[in-house]
Design a protein around this ligand. Structure first.
Ligand SMILES: CC(C)(COP(=O)(O)OP(=O)(O)OC[C@H]1O[C@@H](n2cnc3c(N)ncnc32)[C@H](O)[C@@H]1OP(=O)(O)O)[C@@H](O)C(=O)NCCC(=O)NCCS
Length: 178
């Protein structure tokens, strides 16, 4: 299922597809330490995990889960989920395969997941939680226009956690369209 980093596909050649149970086994190999696992999965994600606890703690059977793949190949490049929270499309458990990080595939993952999730939930804004110490994730989200926003009152406090919101990008009509 793995592709060498030299074979990271170009951005136009990736697609977002519903996650199949077989993808979870590959996904679970991306998190080798408790810290990496909790940084990604949240403070209550069980570690070490087994196949059953991993599936339960990702809430795979409860919320929409999507995989980023090269077009036409069953290789897992990325993973992400969404659900409705405070009227926004809230992302959970976003990740890019370790061998393919740092190549802007995160942008593809988030943009494509946002398009699916906003249409499904009929909302215009997106949100997510991230640990302030997770610099690669923070840089990705800031690049995508996510803004640090006061922590939601209904959410359990998360030490070092940030709540970020991306308002919808409204396309203005071009001069020629008027
Ligand atoms: C956060 C994550 C999804 C970003 O995906 P990505 O495709 O690597 O994102 P980008 O290519 O835009 O790189 C983001 C930042 O990662 C850093 N980076 C670069 N190469 C990297 C590498 N090989 N490995 C890890 N991070 C790298 C850089 O700081 C980069 O920002 P910059 O180029 O603006 O300085 C990915 O790092 C990941 O899966 N992390 C583990 C899971 C996780 O923490 N998820 C987020 C939970 S909120």
């Amino acid at each position: 299922m793995r592709t060498p980093p030299s074979e990271t596909p170009t951005h136009a050649a990736v697609a977002l597809v519903p996650t199949r149970p077989a993808h979870l086994a590959e996904l679970s190999t991306w998190f080798r330490t408790e810290r990496a696992c909790r940084e990604w999965g949240g403070p209550s994600f069980r570690f070490p995990f087994d196949a059953a606890s991993f599936r339960a703690d990702t809430r795979y059977d409860e919320i929409p889960s999507y995989s980023l793949q090269p077009v036409g190949a069953d290789v897992l490049l990325g993973f992400g989920q969404y659900y409705l929270r405070n009227g926004r499309c809230h992302f959970a458990r976003l990740a890019i395969a370790p061998d393919h990080r740092g190549r802007r595939l995160g942008v593809e993952l988030v943009n494509r997941l946002a398009a699916v999730g906003r249409a499904d939930l009929r909302v215009s804004a997106c949100s997510l939680f991230v640990l302030a110490a997770n610099v690669p994730a923070l840089r990705l989200y800031e690049r995508l226009g996510f803004i640090r926003t006061p922590w939601p009152e209904d959410a359990p406090r998360l030490e070092g956690g940030l709540y970020m919101v991306q308002e919808a990008v409204i396309a203005l009509p071009r001069e020629t369209d008027r």
